[in-house]
Design a protein around this ligand. Structure first.
Ligand SMILES: NC(=O)c1ccc[n+]([C@@H]2O[C@H](COP(=O)([O-])OP(=O)(O)OC[C@H]3O[C@@H](n4cnc5c(N)ncnc54)[C@H](OP(=O)(O)O)[C@@H]3O)[C@@H](O)[C@H]2O)c1
Length: 305
C-alpha cells in the first residue's frame, strides 16, 4: 500500500483510508463478526488509517474496533485512529430534541471521552469536527483543542464537510495545523474540484479525504440528481475505461479521485474482504489525463467549454 504524510503532521498513513461506518452492520453477532473480518482484511491489505465517528451505529463501530485492538496486542501502534464528533441525533438528550450540530466545549469534551473509551485507545490520533456547527464559537473550539492536546487525549485536529472559508476561519484562530478536510467527492458530487476545497488543501498542505468515493457506481449518491440516462452514460464510459485498464468499474472511480493533484485519500467503506483488498489495485492504475476528462464530460453530459 502506498503511503502518504497526513497533512502537516508527522503521521504517515496509507493512501487509501478504511471507513468504519458500516462495520457494525445491524448490530447482530453475525454482522459484528463480518465487521471484524473486514477490519482484519483491511489491516492485512496495508490500510493504516481507520476512519470513525462517534455516531456510526451509535458508537457500536468504535466499540467493535476497540474490541479488535484489545484482542491484538501491538496493533494499535501500527494504526492511525481518526474519529469525528459534533453531530447530535434527534432525541438527544430529550425525545423532543432536534437533530443538530454542537461544537460546545462541554459536548465535544464528552464525545472525546466516549470515543477514547469505546476505541480502547489512550489517544485519538486525529479528531475531526464532523459537520460545521453554524452556531459554533470557534474561539472556544480552539481552546478545547489546546486542552485536548495538552492532556494527550488528541494528537491532531481536522475538519469534515467544511467550506474553504470555514477552514480559513478556524485555522486563523489556532497555530495547530488542521491536517484533514474530509468531504464527499465522487462522480455525482464534484463540488470540491471547483469550490476551492481542493485548492485550499494544496495551499495549506491538508489531506483531502473523500467519503462515499464510489457512489453512483455501487449505490446512488446522497441527494442523487442523476437520471437513468445520466447513469447509463457515465457507466458506459466507466465500463469502457475499465476494459482499457483491465480493472473492475469501481476502481476507475477511485483512480479518477486519485489522479487529482491534491492527493485525495479515498475512504473505502466496503465490508467485503475481497473488495477491500481489490481497492488497493486502484493505486497502480496509470490513469491518463485524457480519460480523466472523458469521464468528466460523461458525468457533465457536456464537453468542457
Ligand atoms: N465525513 C462524513 O460526513 C462521512 C459521510 C459518509 C461516510 N463517511 C466515511 O466514508 C467512508 C466511506 O463511505 P462508504 O462507506 O459509503 O464507502 P464506499 O466504499 O463508497 O461504499 C461502500 C458501500 O458500497 C458497497 N460496495 C462496495 N463496492 C461495491 C461494488 N463493487 N458493487 C456494489 N456495492 C459495492 C459496499 O457493500 P459491502 O459492504 O457489502 O461490500 C458498501 O455498502 C465511511 O465508511 C465513513 O467512514 C464520512
Amino acid at each position: 500500500m502506498k503511503k502518504i504524510r497526513l497533512g502537516r503532521s508527522g503521521f504517515e498513513s496509507s493512501r487509501l483510508a478504511y471507513g468504519c461506518m458500516r462495520i457494525a452492520g445491524d448490530g447482530s453477532g453475525e454482522a459484528r463478526d463480518r465487521g471484524k473480518r473486514a477490519l482484519r482484511a483491511a489491516i492485512d491489505a496495508g490500510y493504516t488509517l481507520f476512519d470513525h465517528a462517534d455516531i456510526y451505529a451509535s458508537g457500536e463501530c468504535e466499540a467493535l474496533f476497540g474490541e479488535l485492538l484489545a484482542e491484538s496486542p501491538g496493533l494499535r501502534d501500527q494504526l492511525v485512529v481518526l474519529t469525528k464528533s459534533g453531530i447530535r441525533f434527534a432525541g438527544d438528550p430529550d425525545p423532543t430534541s432536534p437533530g443538530r450540530y454542537d461544537f460546545s466545549k462541554d459536548y465535544l469534551r464528552t464525545c472525546v471521552e466516549g470515543s477514547l473509551k469505546r476505541l480502547n485507545v489512550e489517544q485519538i490520533d486525529v479528531l475531526l469536527l464532523h459537520r460545521p456547527d453554524y452556531l459554533a464559537d470557534f474561539h472556544a473550539v480552539v481552546e478545547l483543542f489546546d486542552e485536548l492536546a495538552d492532556s494527550g487525549k488528541v494528537a491532531h485536529f481536522g475538519v469534515s464537510n467544511f467550506s474553504p472559508s470555514q477552514v480559513s476561519l478556524l485555522q486563523s484562530l489556532t497555530s495547530r495545523p488542521l491536517i484533514v478536510n474530509q468531504v464527499e467527492i465522487n462522480l455525482h458530487n464534484t463540488s470540491a474540484f471547483s469550490d476551492g476545497t481542493l485548492d485550499q488543501c494544496i495551499e495549506r498542505r491538508m489531506t483531502p479525504q473523500a467519503w462515499c468515493p464510489i457512489a453512483v457506481l455501487a449505490y446512488p449518491a446522497w441527494g442523487n440528481t442523476f437520471s437513468a440516462d445520466d447513469e447509463a452514460r457515465i457507466r458506459a464510459e466507466v465500463d469502457r475505461q475499465a476494459g482499457i485498464y483491465g480493472v473492475d468499474d469501481w476502481l476507475v472511480a477511485l483512480a479518477w479521485l486519485l489522479r487529482h493533484p491534491a492527493g485525495i485519500s479515498p475512504i473505502v467503506g466496503s465490508t467485503t474482504p475481497g473488495r477491500i483488498v481489490a481497492a488497493v489495485r486502484a493505486l497502480d492504475i496509470d490513469y491518463s489525463r485524457e480519460d480523466w476528462y472523458r469521464l468528466l464530460e460523461a458525468r457533465n453530459a457536456a464537453p468542457v467549454p
